[in-house]
Design a protein around this ligand. Structure first.
Ligand code: NAP
Length: 483
């Protein structure tokens, strides 16, 4: 693998002005796999300047012409899918099969938004005068700063820059410092597609410097951010100085509700998949499970059996494993602390709860998928985002109680409900305080549907046509034609 990667600023692949670099580590082996420029404030300013300079020209292109570059970039990503996926697995840890899915999904998201070129629609509103017309048009916001996390480093940047580009915005993106490689390689595909110089820029480096400059610099008119809730709050307060437009996709504590009439097999399959996928390091991971007492013992037994079947490993060498390592030792320790806290307050570990044994796990940040019972809401695991492979299961007496428990959190991202009773399903779904409710499925975020958080899980929406609106300003033009 090439071990030096660069930033994309004003159409050139460059080092940081400071000439400093930081290292990227493979979490499956803890070995350094690459060096990446440690960008600073001056690098961000140059990138913003370039994006500002070409904004008018890009924004004035007919959307279908912008779409042509995007379709080409999507095809280039497909052409380089294997290379980008391997980088993603090496820096993030997810098994290669999943990495390929993320890269394919990112290419599809670019095509989806390119097709929205035909649907950036305005309105004509009737006025009270025959001489006047009221036109409502949509225009691009300006330069967008897109800041992404490490758990889906390619797709979560694409979910921002694809709608931004088709809307006519130019972009300066910052990938997370644990996982910049797959994003850099993905940006190469936009360059290969001939995207005009300056339209898309990528600056690597610490959030406290590169991210901070993007948030504070008045040249960036909108901040599109995915990451932790506390970072989102910090960004919101800083961006307030210039009243910047914001979309914030933040943390979650997502409940799974299993009613007494649920199809237990599919609830268990869905529950295990959504609790442990990507080692629980997903915003919409199931963090808390509530199961009706009538089916609790059977559900718990099946859930533990299914969890024990999950295979862990280095997803580059064994692409078919279900789970790779966690991103860092720190993230693993955070998970262990939540488990310890739960045990100290009465929880019981039914499986997992420790690092797996064996030579192949020694150097990576592996952890066994863990199932807990006898949990309650005084435990951190039921209140805070663990972002690790733990499924705490609580037995409940009735469905009124369950909605209260599910909503007893500062987060409001996704909830999952399993029941065969449609009336009950809709009634629970309407009562849950969150942006998405999946009934009898655990689908997660997909491009055609709006995705966003309530409460402290965020502001604004990503995906679908709602996600596109986030990059458009509305302008009312009142015309007097003087007849
Ligand atoms: P994070 O620590 O908040 O970092 C996210 C990004 O922000 C990184 O690029 C980071 O840079 C940058 N950053 C850090 N401090 C900053 C600052 N002061 N100003 C501007 N940028 C700053 O989050 P993470 O640990 O990467 O991601 C995990 C979190 O993301 C979880 O809470 C998860 O739930 C959430 N998430 C939410 C969604 C959703 O759609 N709601 C989806 C995925 C993940 P560095 O990497 O250089 O620190």
């Amino acid at each position: 693998m090439q071990n030096k990667f660069c930033m994309l600023i004003d159409g050139k692949w460059v080092e940081a002005e400071s000439e400093e670099n930081f290292e990227v580590i493979n979490p499956a082996t803890s070995k350094v796999i690459a060096k990446v420029p440690a960008g600073g404030r001056e690098d961000v300013r140059k990138a913003l300047k370039a994006a500002e300079r070409v904004f008018k020209e890009w924004g004035n292109l007919p959307p279908v012409q912008r779409a042509k570059f995007m379709h080409k970039a999507a095809n280039s990503i497909r052409k380089h899918e294997e290379e980008i996926s391997r980088l993603l697995t090496q820096e993030q840890g997810k098994p290669l099969l999943e990495a390929r899915g993320e890269i394919r999904g990112a290419a599809d998201a670019i095509d989806y938004y390119a097709e929205e070129a035909h649907r950036i629609l305005g309105e004509v509103i009737p006025t009270n005068s025959a001489k006047q017309h009221s036109l409502v048009i949509k225009q691009p916001i300006g330069v967008v700063a897109a800041i992404g996390p490490w758990n889906y480093p390619v797709s979560l940047l694409i979910w921002k820059l694809a709608p931004a580009l088709i809307a006519g915005c130019t972009v300066v993106a910052k990938p997370a410092s644990y996982t910049p490689l797959s994003a850099i390689r993905t940006f190469e595909c936009f360059v290969e597609a001939g995207i005009p110089v300056g339209v898309l820029n990528l600056v690597t480096g610490p959030g406290s410097i590169v991210g901070d400059e993007l948030v504070k610099n008045p040249a960036a008119k909108k901040i599109a951010f995915t990451g932790e809730t506390h970072t989102g709050k910090e960004i919101m307060s800083k961006a307030g100085t210039n009243l910047k437009r914001l979309s914030l996709e933040l943390g979650g504590s997502c409940p799974l509700i299993v009613c007494e009439d649920a199809d237990l097999e599919s609830a268990v399959k869905g529950g295990v998949y959504r609790s442990f996928r990507n080692m629980g390091q997903v915003c919409n991971s199931i963090n808390r499970i509530y199961v009706d007492k009538a089916v609790a013992s059977r559900f718990i037994e099946m859930f533990v059996e299914e969890t024990k079947r999950l295979k862990i490993g280095n997803g580059l060498k064994e692409p078919e494993v279900d789970l790779g390592p966690m991103i860092t030792d720190e993230q693993r320790k955070h998970t262990e602390e939540h488990i310890k806290d739960a045990i100290s307050k009465g929880a019981r570990v039914l499986c997992g709860g420790k690092e797996p044994e064996g030579e192949k796990f020694k150097r990576g940040f592996f952890f066994e998928p863990t199932v807990l019972t006898e949990v309650n809401h005084a435990m951190l695991i039921m209140q805070e985002e663990t972002f690790g492979p733990v499924a705490p299961i609580m037995v409940v007496n009735d469905m009124e109680e369950v909605v209260k428990l599910a909503n007893d959190t500062r987060y409001g991202l996704v909830s999952y409900v399993y029941t065969k009773d449609l009336k009950r399903a809709i009634s629970i779904a309407e009562s849950l305080e969150c942006g998405t409710v999946d009934i009898n499925n655990v689908s997660g975020g997909e491009v055609p549907y709006p995705y966003g958080g309530w409460k402290e899980s965020g502001l604004g929406l990503e995906l679908s046509h709602y996600g596109l609106e986030e990059y458009l300003e509305v302008k009312h033009i009142r015309v007097d034609i003087g007849r």
